[in-house]
Design a protein around this ligand. Sequence first.
Ligand SMILES: *Cc1c(COP(=O)(O)O)cnc(C)c1O
Length: 341
Amino acid sequence: MAKKDIDWANLGFGYQVTDKRYVTNYKDGKWDDGAIIDDPNIVLNECAGVFQYAQTCFEGLKAYTTEDGHIVTFRPDLNAERMDQSCERLEMPVLPKGRFIEAVKEVVAANEDWVPPYGSGATLYIRPYMMGTNPVIGVKPADEYQFRILVTPVGPYFKGGAKPLTIKISDFDRAAPHGTGHIKAGLNYAMSLHAIVTAHKEGYDENMYLDPATRSKVEETGGANFLFVTKDGKVVTPKSDSILPSITRRSLMIVAEKYLGLTVEHREVFLDELPDMAECGLCGTAAVISPVGCIVDHGREIRLPSGMTEMGPITKKLYDTLTGIQMGRIEAPKGWICTIK
Ligand SMILES: *Cc1c(COP(=O)(O)O)cnc(C)c1O
């Protein structure tokens, strides 16, 4: 066994097929024992629930090589809990939390040679997902499901450091008022694709979605939560029932309070408040925090005083502390680091 011959430092953020994946099937009301398999392809009936009524959801987390050479993941228990919630909302069966965590560990260990080395800037992205597999034509939940985990090595989300992004206040809504905005499911992404392709064509990096009921409050982007720093140094993150509870954002709130001694507010954030913000970032597993330099509201530019050249000072401290915890350079709060090897 030896590490794969990959130019780790120059990896992009894309899918690359790896050696092993995890699979378990749900039938007659129970999950089978599960296994690590070789075949990356899935063969399903043409009428499978996933194709007809989009019964599918997913999770995303990473495995890291720490400074002292261990392979670890970050808070997989929270991914398991969040997938439970997605499954419940989509009338899919829940995979018990213990099984989810064991499956993550097993599939990472089976692909040990694909885990990027410490200091390379790359990580192993882990993608658990579930889908309805048996034929359904009348509108109802499927009876049979498959849960899988694929892994793929990914480079840093932003090559050569994070350049602040320009964000468009979207004309489209990401979520319906009592819809599925709080779950991690492809259906939310499918309906955000036209909005992001449109924003990119207009020269923006991302969309800021507003609350669908009043369009006066900040929600999130298509795939990351917002975090703001006010001009008086408080960390503020939007609270809403229709945004996905980011594990990165929840962890950064704890880092801000417990490690950096900052005041943290999780509350509704109004569009009108944006000119009072000193820093803004997008939080998610892929990039940890991406700085935002400018938010554009139909021609009105709101420039963050932290600027368009680098991360703001508090955003940078948050980023360095959380990545330090994940890579084993800074002591983690109890239970945050799950050691695989
Ligand atoms: C995955 C995701 C995030 C980020 O969540 P993390 O747990 O931090 O990776 C934010 N918003 C949406 C819509 C997502 O799907």
